[in-house]
Ligand binder design. Structure first.
Ligand code: GLN
Length: 490
């Protein structure tokens, strides 16, 4: 058992609370001290209300003392990406557009966490409106990689991954539209799950690309990630795309044998011409060999349309973003320019001054691909290609139980390295984007370190609503190699 409370996983904290070894206020105090000590350097948090966090913890302690704990998790803290609404807390999406916005309501995931008694500790940094792969697009500040502060933590949920890696919260929620949970999890050496599209309600998640966005957990153990997925999953009448699929007790999948199961290696994902770093390739292949030594069969599979994923994504995601971000008009809420002369000028200047460069680039691209004359050539064609990508996966899962691949082509890159070249930045998600286009679940978990000491991750992809298989494989790997329990020196 680690000595300080801030070092413990959510499951360990939950056990200690049940045994009466410590109280929720002790946990929150320990985390607040840790955040004070390290977050000046890391920059994972955008906002934290210490008095409110302690008040939530005291309420949890009082419930537990009175025998009325709301769940096993009552009093366990969690922090959320600043795109997920919590009533009374800021919701800024790391954008100037929402810099003074306080959410008037709870997202469904926040209500579920509150119903379980979790302490909603603070708001985590991100790329503005979740657009980016490095958290350098935050309008507030960059988040640095806790393993090497010269490097990016990944993105867009960079604050969610860095806070967990830097022991500034036991677990967190992020959102994944094209890789934004898995890619930062990989770069920070933690576990991250993108659930099946429709598994978790998007109510109260600031929309980026509604047909791709999913909220999911980041944690330092597969068990914690499974438990958090259980807490947030399920049909929600307020999100018509959430699916009435029963939510399994995901933790039951942990430790189940994998012998005799088939692990697919998509050949397109191991092709060095896609910029796959040799060290990443080696670490991911070692993970594949682990499963072979456990009695799994490794099968090479073909995803013939894999090369279409990035271009298709940047048509579909920008089209949806251009529509979703239309609501920020300077009138109803959010930033309003003080220099406008009439209504049109108010929209123009509020959006021009409130949005950052990358967000504007996406809105322009999305408006273009949806415009008459280009709709058929780009948007419609992208939708057709998306169907092909989806059917590639369906065929692959006729042959294998899960797919295994790198999460990102390289370990975390250096800050500033890709900021001048949007296309290079877009390629950071080449291996994560296909799962979002297909709607299937994915988990990223650490499988080693580069020679320069940066974490390397791999991902397992599964059939829709088969997160349980991913967790079964992930827990089998973790039992032999617990990289996510290693922490950077800070
Ligand atoms: N990096 C990708 C993008 O910028 C994915 C972002 C995400 O998943 N939110 O669109």
């Amino acid at each position: 058992m680690p000595e300080a409370l801030y070092q413990q996983t959510a499951t360990e904290l939950q056990q200690g609370l049940q045994e009466g070894a410590f109280k929720s206020v002790d946990i929150v105090r320990s985390l607040l001290e840790r955040i004070d000590a390290v977050d000046g350097d890391i920059g994972a948090y955008l906002h934290i209300d210490k008095a409110d966090a302690l008040a939530q913890a005291e309420a949890a302690d009082a419930r537990r003392a009175g025998g009325k704990a709301l769940s096993d998790w009552d009093g366990v803290p969690i922090s959320l990406k600043d795109a997920i609404a919590v009533k009374g807390q800021p919701l800024t999406c790391a954008s100037r557009m929402l810099e003074n916005f306080v959410s008037p309501y709870d997202s469904t995931v926040a209500s579920k966490l509150k119903d379980a008694g979790c302490v909603l500790l603070g708001r985590l940094n991100m790329d503005e409106f979740a657009m980016g792969s490095s958290t350098e697009n935050s309008a507030v500040k960059p988040t640095l990689n806790p393993w090497n502060k010269e490097c990016i933590p990944g993105g867009s949920s960079g604050g969610s991954a860095a806070s967990v890696a830097a022991l500034e919260c036991p677990w967190s929620l992020g959102s994944d539209t094209g890789g934004s949970i898995r890619q930062p999890a990989s770069h920070c050496g933690v576990v991250g799950i993108k659930p099946t599209y429709g598994r978790v309600s998007r109510w109260g998640l600031a929309a980026f690309a509604s047909s791709l966005d999913q909220i999911g957990p980041l944690a330092r153990s597969v068990e914690d990630a499974a438990a958090l997925l259980e807490l947030i999953s399920g049909k929600d009448n307020r999100d018509s795309t959430s699916v009435p699929e029963p939510v399994p007790a995901f933790r039951k999948a942990l430790g189940q044998p994998v012998k005799g199961l088939k692990v697919g290696l998509p050949k397109q994902y191991f092709d060095n011409s896609e910029g796959l770093d040799p060290e990443v390739r080696e670490a991911v292949m070692a993970a594949a060999r682990h499963f072979e030594s456990e009695g799994c069969e490794l099968v090479e599979v073909d995803l013939p349309h894999a090369d279409l994923a990035v271009p298709v994504y940047y048509i579909v995601a920008t089209a949806e973003a251009s529509s979703n971000l239309g609501r920020y008009d300077g009138v109803r809420y959010g930033y309003r320019s003080a220099n406008a002369s009439d209504a049109i000028d108010l929209y123009y200047k509020s959006r021009g001054e409130g949005f950052g460069e990358e967000v504007k680039r996406r809105i322009m691209l999305g408006t273009y691909v949806l415009s008459s004359g280009y709709y058929d050539a780009y948007y419609l064609k992208a939708q057709k290609a998306r169907s092909l990508i989806r059917s590639d996966f369906a065929k692959a899962f006729e042959q294998v139980d899960v797919l295994l691949a790198p999460t990102a082509p390289t370990p975390a890159f250096r800050r500033g390295e890709n900021t001048e070249d949007p296309l290079a930045m877009y390629l950071a998600d080449i291996f994560t984007i296909p799962a979002n286009l297909a709607g299937i679940p994915g988990i990223s978990l650490p499988c080693g370190f580069s020679k320069s000491g940066l974490p390397i991750g791999f991902q397992l992809l599964g059939k829709s609503f088969d997160e349980a298989s991913l967790l079964r494989f992930a827990s089998n790997f973790e039992a032999a190699h617990s990289f996510a329990r290693q922490s950077p020196e800070l």
